[in-house]
Design a protein around this ligand. Structure first.
Ligand code: PGA
Ligand code: ZN
Length: 419
């Protein structure tokens, strides 16, 4: 039984308002959750409620969403008996009544859902990852995908591709994976500094040098992996990209990369060369969310060689992922709880991926809090992959540190992709 429910307007890592939600249960368990927020959002995402009052935070305040938690949601949930988290999430979905959670606000709803999950785990006396683990799923520690070089909507540099990540696929365990991430990050800082580049950071903690060709960024990252003494590729440290192509797709359907206008076919050919020349094992949002034809072609061309992850086009929606399988689009999905709005639906999205043989990568947002919920979520679902930004900045390392702590308490949990 939920006895107390309270939201507060706090700041996220980009200095924009977001919600912290605290739930108290009748057994005495109390837990808090922080709500993340994206910048390069898919158009089908559940709707984040902002006050739009220009007198506060440039219109970005979340007092309305806070009011919904403290008012209508608290009134509806307090004192009622719920069998489990799914029942609470079902009640939230019903109370909201819209397909995109725009009435109560997805930021209000996901905050309540996450806090209830955490409080229920406390009440059950188990760690969050164990509480969330679906029946029949073997939990595992995911491969961290460290976003070491930022561009696109996450940095003011001229780089069109948004995320360049390093993934220690070949690490023996999570502690060694974190070490590899930090060592390559340090080597990259030195490389950039020696080349006269700025080593300021983007929103996700990666460096944001004034490079514009994606291949130049890949060169310096490949060099940093070697400098740090790791083999490049699946036996050591591989690279993963999130170009977030919707952000540089033009109105005429072409893509502007480093000042050049490319059609889908040109961009796919560019990716093919990149995959040949660099140890890239995964590409997310390689094409725009509406470019279904391009996506199908990209999947035919490269889907047998590398992981192709849908983010802006899938928006963690179980129904959308199921439909994409029939259309031959992508072979993996990004998983962001606030894109769909409840923890239960996020678990369903991972379950769909598992059922259809798609990969699943759990993800933070570019605007984050110190909450490490997604680390437990990734372990619980055994999906094998987590991206949470650079191995730097508190809100990013909170997730990686949580993985290391889970591993220390549970030495039998396996590490890695698991496939
Ligand atoms: P966002 O970016 O959190 O700014 O939407 C993350 C991503 O595109 O994966
Ligand atoms: Zn993305």
């Amino acid at each position: 039984q939920i006895v107390t429910l309270r939201a507060v307007e706090i700041l996220d890592s980009r200095s924009r308002p977001t919600l912290s939600v605290t739930v108290g249960l009748s057994g005495g368990a109390v837990a808090t959750a922080g709500v993340p927020s994206g910048a390069s959002t898919g158009s089908g995402e559940a709707v984040e409620l902002r006050d739009l009052d220009p007198a506060r935070y440039g219109g970005q305040g979340v007092r309305t969403a806070v009011g919904h938690v403290n008012g209508v949601i608290a009134d509806a949930l307090r004192g009622r008996e719920f069998a489990d988290l799914a029942a609470v999430d079902g009640a939230l979905i019903e109370l909201d009544g819209t397909p995109d959670k725009s009435r109560l606000g997805a930021n209000a709803v996901i905050g309540v859902s996450m806090a209830v999950a955490r409080a229920a785990a406390v009440e059950a006396g188990v760690p969050l990852w164990r509480y969330l683990a679906p029946v029949g799923v073997a939990p595992r520690l995911p491969v961290p995908h460290f976003n070491v070089l930022n561009g696109g909507a996450h940095a003011p540099n001229p780089l069109d591709f948004q995320e360049f990540m390093i993934a220690p696929l070949g690490a023996p365990d999570i502690a060694e994976a974190v070490r590899a991430g930090a060592e390559v990050y340090a080597a990259l800082r030195k490389r950039l500094r020696d080349a006269g580049h700025d080593t300021g950071l983007g929103d996700e903690g990666g460096f944001a040098p004034a490079l514009s060709r994606p291949e130049d960024a890949l060169d310096v990252i490949a060099q940093a992996i070697a400098d740090a003494g790791y083999p490049a590729g699946r036996d050591g440290v591989a690279i993963a990209l999130d170009p977030a192509a919707s952000e540089f797709r033009q109105k005429d359907g072409r893509y502007r990369v480093d000042g050049e206008l490319l059609d889908s076919g040109d961009l796919i050919a560019r990716y093919r060369r990149i995959v040949e020349d660099y140890p890239v094992w995964s590409i997310e949002d390689g094409l725009g969310e509406d470019d279904r034809e391009g996506w199908a072609r990209l999947t035919t061309d490269l889907g047998g060689h590398i992981q192709l992850v849908g983010d802006d086009n899938f928006v963690t929606d179980p129904a959308v992922i199921s439909a994409a399988v029939c259309d031959g689009i992508a072979n993996a999905s990004l998983i962001k709880p606030n894109q769909i709005g409840t923890v239960t639906e996020t678990l369903q999205a991972v379950a769909v991926c598992r059922d259809v043989g798609y990969g699943a990568m759990v993800s933070h947002r570019s605007g984050e809090t110190e909450d490490s919920f997604i680390a437990d979520f990734a372990v619980a679902t055994g999906c094998g992959q987590l991206k949470s930004g650079a191995p730097a900045r508190g809100e990013r390392v909170a997730k990686y540190n949580r993985l290391v702590e889970i591993a220390a308490d549970n030495p039998d949990l396996p590490y890695g992709l698991g496939r």
